[in-house]
Design a protein around this ligand. Structure first.
Ligand SMILES: NC(=O)N[C@@H](CC(=O)O)C(=O)O
Ligand SMILES: [Zn+2]
Ligand SMILES: [Zn+2]
Length: 429
């Protein structure tokens, strides 16, 4: 018994949609037929009527924090994957800044086992670049790869030593896995949480300059050139980083990059004040000029993909005030509606552009056999209601985290069904 998705509106080119009936059997897409004339014979199958809805390849998020092991009060693999599914994501790649960090075979296996038993979407773990993310000693890349790590990153902190980064890149290149870099020079950011801009000036705050990010990007593209590694830049947020990535790509350096919805939709000038830590994230919200540069970079392909950097924290932690609260905001359950409403519904992006940046392109960048709607491929599918407008209400989140600056935003583009390997893992109640 399979699943027939009837009258699915799939993305053709631009904003054009093609109506199809799609049959899922086992874990694969078995048939896709033009929806014209009589309906297919559906007896013996589950039927989902997708009339009027958008049907896309399952969304892929290559930068998320699931917090397990160690920070289960913030999120677990169970709650995090439910949050992902509710946001339409079928595959997520999780960062290793847990406790313990994911720097051993055992911890990689722990995450994969938990994902298998308690998760509801595909979970791909990254391993640490350095032991304990301390920047002093490389982890065992061969062993971590063997255990299932899909790349290496010390996300949460930048690798401060150029020599350490170069060694990491050389090793990663030799085993064909990417380095995913959180770009941040610690000597330039100490004690600050807001970026250099109107907001920090107005409030007399010590500020994080754009160079703190871009210095690492500039250093690392040179090291990537020298080592031949696939180098992927995390959460790009500055005009300077964009410029360096664009330049590196022109020279044929194997660099790819990601950007988060919040760095495309919010600037430092939107931060309402000093009493809400839901506006505190790393990298910080930058100036309107940086926001514009990131949007342009996504449009011209300098930035390859969209990610959420879903970073849940508890309400108690975020209530400590802007100076003490941890950096980070949740992202799974608002990403698609935010981007659809603000960029596609306003006519700035095509639907195809948005969907590609969240499906086909992340799969391509990381070499995953996912991200397309084709017969014979994995039946990972997201069904989305593009019409119903609803306000963001964190109380409805499946995530344990409620830390979002987008509370109350009226959005369209809410997922209604998330299908992983031919199974409906989440659907709207
Ligand atoms: N993005 C954040 O603000 N926080 C992330 C760390 C990170 O992605 O660097 C976290 O782990 O909370
Ligand atoms: Zn980071
Ligand atoms: Zn992160």
């Amino acid at each position: 018994m399979g699943i027939w998705i009837l009258n699915a509106q799939t993305v053709a080119t631009g904003n054009e949609l093609t109506k199809k009936h799609i049959l899922l059997e086992g874990n694969t897409i078995e048939q896709m037929i033009e929806a014209a004339g009589a309906l297919p014979e559906t007896a013996g199958h589950t039927v989902i009527d997708a009339a009027g809805k958008l049907v896309t390849p399952g969304l892929i998020d290559m930068h998320v924090h699931l917090r397990e092991p160690g920070f289960e009060h913030k999120e677990t693999i169970a709650s995090g994957t439910r949050s992902a599914a509710r946001g339409g994501f079928t595959t997520i790649a999780c960062m290793p800044n847990t406790r313990p960090v994911i720097d051993t075979v055992e911890t990689v296996k722990y995450v994969l086992d938990k994902a298998e038993t308690e998760g509801i979407v595909r979970v791909l773990p990254y391993g640490c670049i350095t032991k304990n993310e301390l920047g002093r000693e490389l982890t065992d890349f061969d062993a971590l790869k063997q255990a299932g790590a899909i790349g290496f990153t010390d996300d949460g902190v930048g690798v401060q030593s150029a020599q350490m980064m170069k060694d990491a890149m050389a090793k990663a290149a030799s085993i064909g896995l990417p380095i995913i870099a959180h770009c941040e020079d610690n000597t330039l950011v100490e004690g600050a949480w807001a970026s250099e801009g109107e907001f920090s000036r107005k409030h007399g705050l010590k500020a994080i300059p754009n160079e703190s990010e871009a210095i690492h990007v500039g250093r690392d593209v040179l090291l990537a050139e020298a080592t031949g590694v696939h180098y992927h830049v995390c959460h790009v947020s500055t005009e300077q980083s964009v410029r360096l990535i664009r330049h590196a790509k022109q020279f044929g350096i194997k660099v790819t990059a990601e950007v988060c919805p919040h760095h495309l939709l919010l600037s430092d000038e939107d931060i309402p004040g000093l009493d809400d830590a839901n506006w505190k994230m790393n990298p910080p919200l930058r100036t309107p000029k940086d926001v514009q540069a990131c949007i342009e970079a996504l449009l011209d392909g300098t930035i390859d993909i969209l990610v959420t950097d879903h970073a849940p924290h508890s309400e108690e932690e975020k209530a400590k005030g802007v100076n003490l609260a941890p950096f980070g905001i949740v992202g799974f359950e608002t990403a698609f509606p935010l981007l659809y409403t603000k960029f596609v519904a306003t006519g700035q992006w095509t639907l195809q552009f948005l969907v590609d940046k969240m499906t086909t392109l992340p799969a391509q960048v990381f070499g995953l056999p996912l991200g397309t709607l084709e017969v014979g491929k994995e039946a990972d599918i997201t069904i989305i209601d593009l019409d119903t407008e609803k306000a963001v209400d964190p109380a409805e989140f499946a995530s344990k985290g409620r830390n979002t600056p987008f509370i109350g935003w009226n959005l369209k583009g809410w997922p209604t069904h998330t299908i992983v390997g031919g199974k409906v893992v989440w659907s709207e109640a």
